[in-house]
Design a protein around this ligand. Structure first.
Ligand code: NA7
Length: 449
């Protein structure tokens, strides 16, 4: 927050931002080639071009559990965390959800609470983050290396410093493999996921081997082996969902003030005025934290009534999965460009978004300089880009499991069928394709004055 405020101040950005402006609808007007945008407070705005910057993880979802409004204690979704400090000392706290957010929340709350109850539906493969304070000397070194770091992030598959090891899992001996995995498990950051053998997400045997390695680590860290088994995922392999990074997460279950409730054995029946009723017990809580995730990638678009030419509704257009050109435009929605929309390379978003912003800004600059009043992706090119994105997902084990990355959200109607909503090729490939389009005066799009 401090950093974002610093950037806003440094570049004097606030004068160009209208805060507390929730957009209710955006309608494209064909006769005049412009967008009419209406805010929830009724204010109306008019613009030639509409750039969406909605974020892939910005539409939080609460679970569909009866009685959720009846709880009299304190409760919140993790993405709507109160600005005032929450005090857990001596409190009975429940956390629902064990994704990346739940895991970070659980390991912090467990430090100070009276009693913590974790309500888990699906465990996730979590590995150590190993972060630590950076001293002045190291910071100086890091600062001196910024140019190299940014250059490396431009070159790697997912724009991270880490990138896949060129070897396959079974190219090396068992001894070398185990030593490599031990090294990754002991290293900071995403290395064990992003910097692992190149085939861990495409070869089932390789994926099973790294999963077995991480499962043993969990068994070694959790004293009660019945609980350890509950914390080891059984319905998906390591890395096929976003790997939550943790600091002391598994050790939390060795504390006697922490209880793990397995919702597959005893599902939640309702939230009551005083707590949570599962099939086998009723527990009272002072605080309930919903770490239940997001209607990801397309969810924030679905929450706005976006209508293109001929009144097509974007939500309907994308019912069976998003269709885009380059992840930045959609046919039927002229003059609309997306930042971090579906079908673009995600990876290290702060890095990929920089290119995304430049590409869109260049398109708008080109339109201004060439007196273009209307641009639209051609339907055939949207179809072929979408087919290309889907073909990249083939054989990638991440697309064979339920997760926010495959568009599954059990708390929303119509989000129960897996879809390919993100580009899974390399970021350099994606950028090269997008740059080729821009360099050829926007092949695949129709531009009109
Ligand atoms: P996630 O990763 O989508 O996790 C949401 C968690 O909430 C997950 O464990 C879900 O279990 C659980 N959940 C959702 N609905 C329910 C209901 N109704 N009952 C019980 N449990 C439920 O969201 P995060 O916020 O943790 O992380 C999102 C991304 O943000 C993360 O990957 C990073 O990239 C940043 P399920 O697995 O569906 O059984």
């Amino acid at each position: 927050m401090r950093y974002l405020n610093h950037v806003a101040d440094k570049f004097d950005l606030r004068r160009d931002i209208q805060f507390h402006a929730s957009v209710a609808s955006a309608y494209y007007r064909e006769p005049t080639h412009h967008w009419d945008v209406t805010l929830e407070n009724g204010e109306r705005l008019c613009a030639r071009f509409l750039v969406t910057a909605l974020g892939p993880l910005s539409a939080p979802t609460l679970p569909r559990i009866p009685g959720i409004d009846s709880f009299q204690g304190q409760s919140c979704h993790t993405a709507r965390w109160p600005h005032e400090k929450m005090d857990f000392a001596g409190k009975r706290v429940a956390v629902i959800g064990t994704g990346a957010t739940g895991i970070q929340t659980i390991q912090e709350v467990a430090k100070t609470c009276g009693h913590l109850t974790v309500l888990q539906r699906t465990p996730n493969w979590s590995t150590p983050l190993h972060d630590s304070p950076i001293d002045a000397e190291e910071m100086t070194k890091l600062r001196a290396g910024y140019d190299d770091m940014f250059q490396r992030c431009r070159e790697t598959f997912a724009c991270f410093l880490h990138t896949a090891d060129p070897r396959n899992t079974f190219d090396v001996t068992e001894e070398t493999r185990q030593a490599f995995w031990e090294e990754l498990y002991a290293s900071p950051g995403f290395g064990i996921w992003i910097g692992n053998f190149r085939d861990i997400l495409t070869d089932r045997a390789a994926n099973a081997a790294i999963s077995a390695f991480v499962a043993d680590k969990i068994r070694g860290r959790v004293k009660n082996q019945v609980i350890a088994e509950k914390l080891i995922p059984k319905n998906h392999g390591f890395g096929t969902r976003r790997v939550p990074m943790e600091t002391g997460y598994f050790e939390v279950y060795n504390q006697n003030n922490v209880t793990l409730v397995d919702l597959t054995e005893t599902p939640i029946e309702r939230i009551t005025e005083t707590g949570i009723k599962t099939r086998d017990a009723e527990r009272d809580f002072d605080i309930i934290i919903y770490a239940t995730g997001f209607d990801a990638i397309t969810g924030a678009f679905d929450r706005i009534d976006i209508r293109g030419s001929n009144g097509i509704v974007l939500k309907d257009r994308w019912k069976a999965g998003p269709e885009t050109y380059l992840g930045m435009t959609v046919d039927g929605f002229p003059n609309m460009a997306m930042l971090v929309g579906p079908h673009m390379a995600l990876g290290n978003i702060p890095r990929t978004i920089a290119y995304n912003v430049e590409w869109v800004a260049n398109l708008l600059r080109y339109a201004r300089d060439h007196h273009i009043t209307r641009f639209e992706a051609n339907s055939a090119d949207v179809q072929s880009w979408t087919a290309h994105v889907k073909s990249l997902a083939e054989g990638n084990l991440m697309f064979e499991v339920n997760s926010w990355m495959t568009g599954i959200n059990t708390n929303i109607d119509g989000k129960n069928v897996r879809m390919v909503s993100r580009y899974s090729g390399s970021a350099p490939d994606w950028r090269a394709k997008c740059s080729a389009v821009a360099d050829s005066a926007y092949v695949g799009m129709t531009l009109q004055t």
